[in-house]
Design a binder for this molecule. Structure first.
Ligand code: HEM
Length: 529
């Protein structure tokens, strides 16, 4: 043993005697993780969150969350002598006078965008592969919580500098709060500490943005990852992979090295974007003034769909018992997002209610093998995409020489018509892909080689696929639809007859599938060839 090894051993022994950590480490560092590129999406969220914490901490050293009025006398000439809040002046100072300040602001903003893209794409992979099924329903709900908090945290972040764009966003938030029936105006006064915009809002959202929400994020992400650890990671089906094992690489050294490298890739991309791509150039917008709106005001993309929904709402208002109910804000701003997020959170329970499947699942689905789920996902994405497009209706209209009215009517019609079309087309596509899989198993791969038969007919030579591939294409389960009885043994209609009937119907629609190739069919055809 060299002197260096002896010292390392002594230090490790010293720590282990006092913490008992060696046994725990030995067990956990050997933990196996399955390998698939889509499992890195959660890591992108994690790393961009770390970048957000680090770059955000840097910004807090200079940012002054105060509505105190100052006269700008910094280095940015076009705004010199302009009255503004101390918050806006300090954001300008960070951008122009603090060394590395603009880079940090841009890294922080880019990291927020990447964080939100990461969350949404990670959510999509979890949804489309069925990773949310038992026992991971809680983790799915925590995920929906993280998504919601991410949207709020991002919104509060870009509201802080008190520039014209951020004030315009806060004005919309105020309108949404005020649209809550009966208590709306009281809530708004409570949140703003008086009439809009007031002096209290920016200092308040600052504390929420830098302390309260990051604290909740840290707690939720910790529980999220502990659950992944404890429940083990799901895996795609493959040779040797079962519902009871995990096939992959150990945490140490393979995953540690991969994860460490991947952090620096995410950081590198964020830093590169922060260095070369301008984002939120607040000096061009000017300080917030409730009487002004800059042309082409756009929220960040993860708020764009909400803005788009509000922009397309028809002017519906009811006057009831002395209160005005603004349906045009209430429905797109609160009711629809409420339905969307509750529906997402409850989806794992809804699906297991439809299928009657209460078993644990650790093997993932290929999206095509769950056509109904995949179609529901495509429908929801289409809805969100149409809203997002309408969130940029003014920019699209000016770019493509359209009128705002044309854009609005397109969106109003598209948001009703396109999602069901997306559902039907996706479901058909999934079933066609299932049929293609079936053909592949039964007839083999098309080689592109044509052979002329003695009778003059041309046929294409098919090559059988490997047994592993054939197994992969046929290993999934095809659950039969529910057949809940409407009558009891004595032929009397059950009290739950109508519910059972509806459930049977939905379950039948959910279970539609192209029967997968069976071994006997394969053998029969082999004898044929
Ligand atoms: C702050 C945001 C989030 C972070 C940092 C995060 C992080 C992670 C990580 C590192 C994993 C393991 C690797 C992987 O499967 O990608 C994971 C798994 C998982 N995440 Fe997230 N996630 C976040 C948001 C979400 C959201 C929005 C959802 C869904 C609504 C979600 C649901 C899940 C589920 C169900 C698993 C287990 C997947 C499996 O075992 O296959 N997460 N998350």
């Amino acid at each position: 043993m060299t002197a260096r090894e002896r010292i390392a051993g002594n230090v490790a022994g010293y720590v282990d005697d006092r913490t008992g950590g060696a046994k725990w480490m030995k067990k956990n560092l050997q933990k196996v993780f399955p390998d698939h590129w889509s499992f890195l999406l959660g890591e992108i969220c994690l790393y961009s969150f770390i970048i957000l914490l680090l770059s955000g901490t840097f910004l807090t050293f200079w940012f002054d969350p105060s509505m105190r009025e100052v006269v700008y006398d910094g280095v940015y000439e076009p705004l010199q002598g302009v009255k503004m809040s101390a918050a806006y002046a300090s954001a300008l100072e960070i951008s122009f006078e603090v060394r590395g300040g603009l880079l940090m602001r841009q890294i922080h903003h880019w990291a927020a965008l990447i964080f939100m893209v990461g969350i949404v794409v990670h959510l999509m992979r979890v949804f489309f592969t069925g990773a949310f099924r038992k026992p991971r329903e809680f983790n799915w709900i925590i995920g929906i919580g993280l998504l919601t908090l991410g949207i709020v945290e991002g919104f509060l972040g870009y509201s802080l500098p008190d520039d014209l764009l951020s004030g315009t966003g806060i004005r919309i938030a105020e309108a949404i709060i005020q649209a809550i029936p009966v208590v709306g105006s009281y809530l708004s006064y409570f949140a703003f500490g008086g009439a809009f915009p007031g002096l209290a809002f920016i200092p308040r959202i600052y504390i929420v943005h830098v302390l309260i929400l990051p604290g909740i994020f840290l707690a939720l992400i910790t529980v999220h990852l502990m659950l992944v650890w404890y429940q083990k990671h799901t895996q795609f089906p493959g040779p040797g992979r079962t519902e009871k094992n995990v096939v992959g690489y150990p945490l140490m050294p393979v995953y540690m090295a991969k994860a460490g490298g991947f952090f620096f890739i995410v950081f590198g991309v964020t830093a590169f974007l922060g260095a070369v791509a301008s984002i939120n150039p607040i000096w061009l917008y000017g300080p917030y003034n409730p009487g002004q709106v800059s042309a082409g005001s756009q929220p960040d993309w993860y708020m764009g769909w909400l803005d788009g929904l509000v922009r397309m709402a028809p002017p519906l208002e009811t006057y009831l018992f002395g209160y005005t109910i603004s349906w045009n804000i209430l429905i797109p701003g609160l009711i629809l997002p409420g339905i969307m997020f509750t529906g997402m959170a409850l989806y794992p329970f809804i699906e297991s209610w439809i299928t009657g499947d209460r078993r644990e699942h650790h093997l993932l689905d290929r999206p095509r093998n769950a056509p109904n789920r995949t179609a529901i996902g495509a429908m929801a994405l289409t809805f969100t995409l149409v809203s997002l497009i309408n969130g940029g209706n003014d920019i699209i209209a000016t770019t493509f020489d359209l009128t705002i009215n044309q854009m609005m009517w397109f969106s109003r019609i598209a948001i009703i018509v396109l999602p069901p079309i997306a559902f039907i087309v996706t479901k058909r596509l999934c079933l066609s892909l299932q049929r293609a899989d079936r053909d592949l198993v039964l007839h083999g791969r098309e080689t592109g080689r044509l052979v002329r038969m003695p009778n003059g007919e041309f046929v294409e030579v098919h090559e059988p696929i490997s047994p592993e591939k054939a197994w992969l294409l046929t290993s999934h389960e095809q659950l039969a639809p529910l057949e809940l009885p409407e009558h009891d043994g004595a032929g009397v209609r059950r009290p739950a007859a109508i519910r059972n009937k509806i459930r049977n119907r939905i379950s039948r629609a959910h279970a539609v599938a192209v029967p997968k190739a069976t071994e006997s069919e394969r053998r029969e055809l082999e004898g044929h060839h």
